[in-house]
Design a protein around this ligand. Structure first.
Ligand code: GLY
Length: 324
């Protein structure tokens, strides 16, 4: 039997128990819509096109911490990272510390397809984006974000939030600092058995200017190889990078584990070596199996597999997430 195409997207791992029901519902609706739209692209085009499109829609939504919804650095700037990988060719494109463009994922793809490099950062990435024809977007810093910044910053100054210490200490002592970890990502497999992965983020509140996390680093925030599968991660970038979470997950699949087993094993290693409440991951294996795991309170996720009437959507571990 042939492979059933599937698209699996995530809107980030984090402490969604702190969110209002309205905010959770907004995410569920978006996840559902974006899974449907990107599945159409998967069927008519390819896994690579589908993951880019899914992440682009999440960047555009303003509801997740990527693109329009990106959080602010310590000096009130937006600095975004994104990465994409084609499992058929092992081609990679990534962009880091980019400020004025709404769709870092599409810039990452152009870097993959039109340069000799895999990762371009900062001002040079912005110049290249303009050369590619992307239009700068001045709407990324909003009044709402500046108000939220003030709350987070004031709490930090008062000592209610410990930060700029080692990341583990931040996570252990002040987990709500990271309650907006909605990095977005997607993995897909098409009917030819080609897999792809994409990921995009604004990082996290009050990060130091110039800080680059896991997202643009191949093998950390994303990885795809037709001989193994594809994975896309979300969480504390420094923790994810230390264990090269996405590559580790793909290597478990390469060694014969299913996508679900690989996700569970990768998150178990992360939890044991770095700590709890650090990350989540989604994956597809080369047979078309899917998996996910997280050690945070929740992870926004949605999956659409050929033959389903509508996508499955869930945030918390106890929610049903059944697809067949
Ligand atoms: N995983 C997103 C970040 O840490 O930047």
């Amino acid at each position: 039997m042939g492979i059933k195409p599937l698209i699996f997207i995530h809107g980030g791992a984090g402490n969604y128990r702190l969110f209002s029901e309205e905010a959770l519902q907004r995410r569920r609706v978006l996840l559902n819509e974006i899974a449907v739209k990107s599945f159409e692209v998967l069927i008519s085009k390819s896994a690579l096109d589908a993951v880019e499109y899914a992440v682009k829609l999440m960047e555009d939504s303003g509801a997740f911490n990527a693109g329009l919804g990106s959080v602010l650095t310590l000096n009130k700037r937006v600095e975004m990272d994104a990465g994409i990988m084609d499992g058929k060719t092992l081609n990679v494109g990534a962009v880091a510390c980019i400020s004025n463009f709404g769709n870092p994922i599409s810039i990452a793809r152009r870097i993959m397809e039109e340069t000799d490099h895999i990762l371009i950062a900062g001002v040079s990435a912005e110049r290249l984006a303009e050369f590619f024809g992307f239009k700068p977007d001045s709407s990324l810093i909003t009044e709402e974000k500046l108000e939220r910044f003030k709350k987070v910053y004031d709490a930090w100054i008062k000592g209610e939030r410990k930060r700029m210490l080692k990341i583990r200490e931040i996570v252990m002592s002040s987990p709500d600092l990271f309650n907006f970890l909605d990095t977005v990502g997607a993995v897909a497999i098409d009917s030819d058995g080609n897999v792809a992965s994409a990921v995009s983020t604004g990082g996290y509140w009050l990060k130091l200017p110039g800080r680059i996390g896991d997202v643009p680093l191949v093998g950390c925030g994303f990885y795809a190889d037709n001989e193994a599968g594809a994975a896309s991660a979300s969480g504390v970038g420094e923790a994810i990078a230390k264990v090269t979470l996405s590559k580790m997950c793909c290597d478990f699949m390469r060694n014969g584990f299913s996508a679900q087993e690989a996700c569970e094993k990768a998150i178990a290693v992360l939890t044991r070596r770095i700590g709890d409440n650090t990350a989540g991951i989604i994956a597809v294996d080369k047979t078309g199996g899917y998996g996910f795991a997280f050690n945070t309170a929740g992870m926004c996720r949605s999956i659409f597999i050929e033959g389903m009437e509508k996508p499955a959507v869930a945030i918390f571990p106890e929610e049903p997430f059944i697809v067949d």
